[in-house]
Ligand binder design. Structure first.
Ligand code: SER
Length: 319
């Protein structure tokens, strides 16, 4: 019997992943948790307030609900992390340590923990970045993800904890806003395109970054967690990719649907972060080991987001 605890369920990924997991395992078998209450759709079913910095509270929920799997999604992202690096280190590393210890002590079946393209740095090959290469992250977020990958692999090798992970590119969805990432412009741009017909971008026109539509990210996560353990060859974190584009290219894609849309550029401190990350990622290991493939290209994503967002915003306007 699978019983899942999602930590960070109210976040950008957590919200959509929790709903997908509830479809897969049944609502009563997926406990959503976050530091505070969030979206009503999550509150309708099992929800717990949880501070992942408190190991005893995680243990309490594992026992209370007979949890067999944890998806640990809570983290401070790249741009926000730079504002308070000490806190980002404590939260990202402390909560992961707690989850891995609980998995070891209570012999949980599986753990999911996301890594990121932020593990790469200025000396990493920027195009088609391989799984194994120089990794010299220079943001606190990237450093915690890099250390976290080593920590996950260590728990697998030393204690047999079945922890699985993906190095997500920028995730783009419209249902829940992201908080504090460098790739967040690619979410905000769709809101501004519909509401104001113009957008000022904090990255320069030709900054290419690896990105992925949320539906693909949810699919990748569930595919990885459903894969037979014998097919999982990497226990640090898998490179994973879908699309790569620049602010100029996403703006061209939006103009196909909103011809009078205008973009302007005013790079800030996030430009340096973006410049240290890859332009595109080689994810052949994920494709070979457990059959990963993506479904959304840039235009298909733009079409779906603009359609969904229009409906969502007009619903809000009518309320
Ligand atoms: N989307 C994240 C960020 O920008 C990268 O993993 O921080």
């Amino acid at each position: 019997m699978t019983k899942v605890l999602v930590i960070g369920a109210c976040g950008q990924l957590g919200f959509e992943l929790t709903l997908a997991l509830r479809k897969l395992h049944g609502s009563e078998n997926v406990i959503a948790s976050d530091i505070r209450k969030g979206q009503e759709e999550l509150m309708n079913d099992s929800f717990e307030v949880l501070d992942a910095m408190n190991k005893m509270d995680i243990i309490h929920l594992v026992k209370k609900h007979n949890i067999t799997q944890i998806y640990h999604l809570a983290a401070v992202l790249s741009a926000k992390g730079e504002k308070n690096p000490g806190f980002a280190w404590d939260l990202n590393m402390g909560s992961l340590s707690n989850v891995l210890e609980v998995a070891k002590e209570y012999q949980l079946d599986k753990i999911y923990w996301p890594s990121s393209i932020a593990v790469f740095g200025p000396n990493t090959p920027q195009n088609n970045t391989p799984q194994n290469c120089i990794m010299d992250p220079n943001t606190v977020y990237g450093i915690t993800k890099q250390a976290g990958e080593r920590w996950c692999e260590y728990y697998f090798n030393k204690y047999g904890v079945d922890v699985r992970s993906l190095r997500y590119p920028g995730l783009i969805g419209y249902k829940t806003m992201p908080g504090g990432g460098t790739t967040d412009y690619a979410v905000d741009i769709y809101y501004k395109a519909l509401q104001e017909r113009k957008f000022e971008c904090f990255l320069s026109a030709n900054t290419a970054l690896p990105m992925m539509y949320m539906d693909d990210a949810v699919k990748a996560t569930i595919d990885l967690m459903q894969a037979d353990a014998s097919n999982i060859k990497i226990h640090s974190s898998y490179n994973i990719s879908a699309i790569s584009f620049t602010p100029e290219q996403i703006s061209t894609s939006i103009k196909k649907y909103i011809p009078d849309f205008e973009i302007s550029y005013k790079p800030d401190f996030r430009q340096n972060i973006a410049d240290s990350w890859p332009n595109s990622i080689d994810d052949s290991k994920a494709r070979n080991d457990w059959g990963w493939y993506h479904q959304y290209d840039l235009d298909k994503m733009t079409e779906e987001i603009l359609k969904g967002l229009k409906e969502m915003l007009s619903i809000e306007e009518n309320q």
